[in-house]
Every structure is written in structure tokens, then in C-alpha cells.
Design a protein around this ligand. Structure first.
Ligand code: CU
Length: 158
């Protein structure tokens, strides 16, 4: 045999050996499919979670609450053209302001302070009630009705 043929044979042998070595650690088709399905499942789960999170956020942004959460402390608020009737001092923590419109016009309820700025998306109609959940931290809050400049007061949270 010519030296070149020998080299070529050696190369071919080396290559086929390398190819065989490479194939060994590879997974079977069944295992591959399982992995792919698992991955797809995880991706779907993540996507699903993102949808749930998005819906939760959207839900919060689109609807005013009407029922106080069971873990919140209820605080009654009465709105009418005379002003905002509610406690001047509250304790810190998750609070559900149960806001009743006892007047004849539409009112809203805005809580501002300590990084909080919340109001109802839609006004509270006369004789209607809505609930606003706020996690109150110690500090001072401005309570207003954006519809009526005269309706304002201060809330102290300890
Ligand atoms: Cu008002």
C-alpha cells in the first residue's frame, strides 16, 4: 500500500471511531422527546403563569372592589357634600376602606401619602358603596374627593 492510502485509511478509521464515540452519550429518541416535552411543559407553565399575573394586574386595574378582603381591617367611610366622615387616626396594616356615598352627587375617594396614591377608577354613585384596599404604613395621608375640592382631610397612621 502506498503511504497516502495508509494515511487515508487511518484518517477514515479515526473519523469513524470519533463518530462512534460522539454517538454514545447521545440520548435515545424516546428520551429526547421526553426532554422536549418536559421543556415545552415548563415553557407553557411559565407562559400560563405570566397570563395569570397579567390578568391579576389587569383585574386590579379594571374593577373597583366591593367586598373587603378577610385579612384587612375594615374602616367605614361616609361621603357626602358635607365632607368625608372617617377616623382621623388608624393603625398601620392592610386596611379596607368601605366607602359609602351618603350624598346625592357622585363622589370619589383618594388616599395619598407614604408612596400610596389610590382612588376608585369609577366614582361611587349615591347610595352605593365601594371598597379600597390600602396597605397603610405609619405616616400622614391626604384623603380627598377629587370631584369636590372642599372634601379633604388628613389621616394619621401609627
Ligand atoms: Cu365629592
Amino acid at each position: 500500500m502506498k503511504p497516502l492510502t495508509l494515511i487515508m485509511l487511518a484518517c477514515a478509521a479515526a473519523m469513524s471511531f470519533a463518530a462512534a464515540e460522539e454517538k454514545k452519550p447521545e440520548k435515545t429518541v424516546g428520551e429526547k422527546t421526553k426532554d422536549a416535552l418536559k421543556k415545552a411543559g415548563e415553557v407553557t407553565k411559565d407562559a400560563g403563569q405570566a397570563v395569570v399575573d397579567g390578568t391579576k394586574k389587569a383585574g386590579k386595574a379594571l374593577v373597583d372592589a366591593v367586598t373587603p378582603d378577610s385579612d384587612a381591617k375594615k374602616v367605614e367611610v361616609k361621603l357626602d357634600s358635607g365632607g368625608i366622615d372617617m377616623p382621623a387616626k388608624l393603625e398601620a396594616g392592610k386596611t379596607a376602606f368601605v366607602v359609602k356615598n351618603a350624598g346625592k352627587e357622585k363622589h370619589n375617594f383618594r388616599v395619598q401619602g407614604e408612596g400610596v396614591d389610590e382612588k376608585f377608577l369609577l366614582d361611587v354613585k349615591p347610595d352605593d358603596s365601594k371598597v379600597m384596599h390600602v396597605n397603610l404604613k405609619p405616616g400622614t395621608y391626604q384623603i380627598t374627593c377629587p370631584n369636590h375640592e372642599a372634601m379633604k382631610r388628613t389621616l394619621t397612621v401609627e
